[in-house]
Write a protein that binds this ligand. Structure first.
Ligand code: GTP
Ligand code: MG
Length: 309
């Protein structure tokens, strides 16, 4: 029967279309000839352009060379399958952090962090809807007290999704907003607090240290908090995402990464690059501006989509 609802694989294929078209077209052209040094250079360039990152690129090159030495020239399709298998193998290595564990203890706090304009507030709304659909009682904490518009933006989402919100006042300490939200969540038996934070450049030490303070204050309410810290990364940034992740992880241990704007990007390989580098679970992909534009990250669907035509 014709279905209006896309399956997970269809959604991820659509979201990764730009990246997979780019990879497929270039890799097929390269693999149609017997491998030689010049083609390996072209191959390396193509893989870098899809933002797979240096570690994944060398994993891929090694896999191909090994196959070539053992079996000689193969059909292009075989090479593509080899890369797909290798990508899946990379994503199958156990993560180094927990990441989106089933809700234990309550209320649970998810802290949303990332650089300016990466999609934090929009993703927070998408997550709120996602967990709401799973039957969780949710409260949002408007921890971006830096921009006036930020409070309004989260209030609009809360209203639209019919989810409770603890607002802050402009210029207030974001920790205090979080503290109030956690107190309310405990008293009123919420399952989950999702806390927004202001955008911060990873190079601004004082702002990064503010994250440490936010964590300290959260621990006054619950020593296990924040139970999750999700870094929101704009996929269109490419390799900059690696540096961002490294710095954020150093100031506030991350338990998960959500890649946004994957819909407009030919740099969808960054998910693989990030996982290879840090082992922090990639949890979701953001693929648009609406509350439903959130795809649960599944390594199998991702690798299939990445190497599909
Ligand atoms: N195409 C697309 N746009 C997105 C996605 N996620 C967020 N956006 C858009 O990106 C812009 C910034 O999103 P915000 O959620 O305000 O980003 P932010 O990180 O909260 O920004 P600051 O609070 O200013 O640091 C908005 O126009 C969003 O609609 C996505 O997955 N795909
Ligand atoms: Mg925001």
């Amino acid at each position: 029967m014709f279905s209006l609802f896309k399956t997970g694989l269809q959604k991820i294929k659509a979201a990764l279309k730009k990246t997979s078209s780019f990879l497929h077209k270039n890799l097929l052209a390269i693999f149609s000839k017997p491998l030689n040094e010049e083609l390996l250079d072209d191959l390396e360039r193509t893989l870098y352009e899809a933002d797979l990152g240096s570690k994944v690129v060398s994993d891929f090159l090694e896999t191909l060379k090994k196959h070539f030495l053992e079996y000689g020239h193969s059909k292009a399709e075989n090479y593509l399958s080899l890369l797909e298998e290798k990508a899946y193998e990379i994503l199958s290595v156990p993560p180094t952090t927990s990441g989106n564990e089933p809700m234990v203890g309550s209320p649970k706090l998810i802290l949303i962090v990332g650089v300016n304009g990466g999609g934090k507030t929009t993703t927070l709304a998408k997550l709120a809807k996602y967990y709401q659909n799973k039957g969780q009682k949710i409260i949002l904490a408007a921890g971006d007290t830096f921009r006036a518009a930020a409070q309004e933006q989260i209030a609009i989402w809360a209203e639209r999704l019919q989810i409770d919100l603890v607002k802050g006042t402009l210029g207030a300490d974001p920790s205090s907003v979080l503290f109030d939200a956690m107190a309310k969540a405990k008293a009123k038996k919420y399952d989950l607090i999702i806390a927004d934070t202001a955008g911060r450049l990873e190079s601004k030490t004082d702002l990064m240290q503010e994250l440490e303070k936010i964590r300290r204050i959260a621990k006054k309410q619950d020593e296990l908090a924040p139970h999750e810290t999700f870094l929101i990364v704009d996929a269109t940034l490419g390799q900059t995402a690696i540096d961002q992740t490294r710095t954020f992880h150093a100031y506030t241990p991350l338990t998960g990464i959500i890649l946004t704007k994957i819909d407009g990007s030919a740099k969808g390989g960054i998910a693989l690059a990030l996982y290879r580098e840090f082992g922090i679970p990639i949890l979701f992909l953001g693929c648009g501006e609406k509350a439903d534009d959130l795809i649960e990250f599944d390594p199998k669907s991702y690798t299939t989509a990445l190497f599909s035509a």
